[in-house]
Write a protein that binds this ligand. Structure first.
Ligand code: SAM
Length: 232
């Protein structure tokens, strides 16, 4: 919706295409420009696994489902439930799992690790805004740093990473950390971001480090993902 309460171009487009949120067009633009999903396929050489942090109401997960190669598995994680409007399509077949929980909590981390490794890590997670830019930026940074930790832990070498961050404060420090870990690290503000919003995205393209040893070993076995909450 626009600031005037009327649906804007992107909201109307999302409705037409059956996405629960306009944010899908931010991912679509970044994918078109940086080849996120084709990069994940390259890093995999086979079935692709995607971790979608801050997944609710479900548009990014739905985009990943719709634009995926055969055999893709997507794990969505969010404190909030998915939109019931997308659950039918998301959970059709075997390619989707959803964990409802706080991505910064130890038990959520354990559950995510049980599904690792991944070829693409996305985080559109954002705190509820308080109206105080200092507090909101700090809270956003906590989530973005947690997402980068997941990339360290579960992302394959050569994989890509996308994270939403509110500009300001210590955010540039996060970009520096991304540049140390990926061949390319950059910020990008998609056209679908609201002009008044201080959000932007940081991208890490081509992870330099291999997976931690324990995960490398686990990845060498072909296994079905453990049971995951399937409901919305
Ligand atoms: C902008 S929305 C994501 C939109 C989503 N990418 C889509 O396209 O439908 C931000 C999400 O971050 C989630 N979030 C905020 N803090 C979180 C946390 N600590 N753990 C997990 N999810 C969180 C919120 O519940 C919210 O659903």
């Amino acid at each position: 919706m626009s600031v005037y309460g009327k649906p804007d171009y992107w909201s109307l487009q999302a409705k037409t295409e059956g996405y629960p949120a306009r944010s899908v067009y931010k991912l679509q633009e970044m994918d078109a420009r940086f080849g996120l999903f084709s990069g994940a396929s390259k890093a995999s050489g086979g079935p692709v696994k995607v971790l979608d942090l801050g997944a609710a109401p479900g548009s990014w997960s739905l985009y990943a489902r719709r634009h995926g190669a055969q055999g893709r598995f997507i794990l969505g994680v969010d404190i909030s439930p998915l939109s019931p409007h997308c659950s039918g399509e998301l959970f059709a077949g075997e390619g989707y799992g959803f964990l409802q929980g706080d991505m910064t909590a130890a038990e959520t981390r354990t559950a995510i690790l049980a599904h690792a490794p991944f070829h693409l890590v996305l985080s559109d997670a954002a705190p509820g805004t308080s109206g105080n830019p200092g507090i909101d930026t700090l809270r956003s940074l906590v989530l973005a740093e947690a997402a980068l930790e997941y990339a360290d832990l579960v992302l394959h070498k050569g994989g890509h990473f996308v994270v939403k961050v509110f500009q300001g404060g210590e955010a540039p420090r996060l970009l520096k950390a991304i540049r140390e870990r990926f061949k390319t690290g950059r910020s990008f503000k998609p056209r679908a971001c609201r002009r008044t919003s201080f959000e932007t995205y940081y991208l890490g393209l081509g992870k330099k480090q291999a997976l931690p040893a324990a995960l490398r070993q686990a990845a060498s076995f072909t296994r079905a993902p453990p049971d995951t909450h399937r409901g919305c």
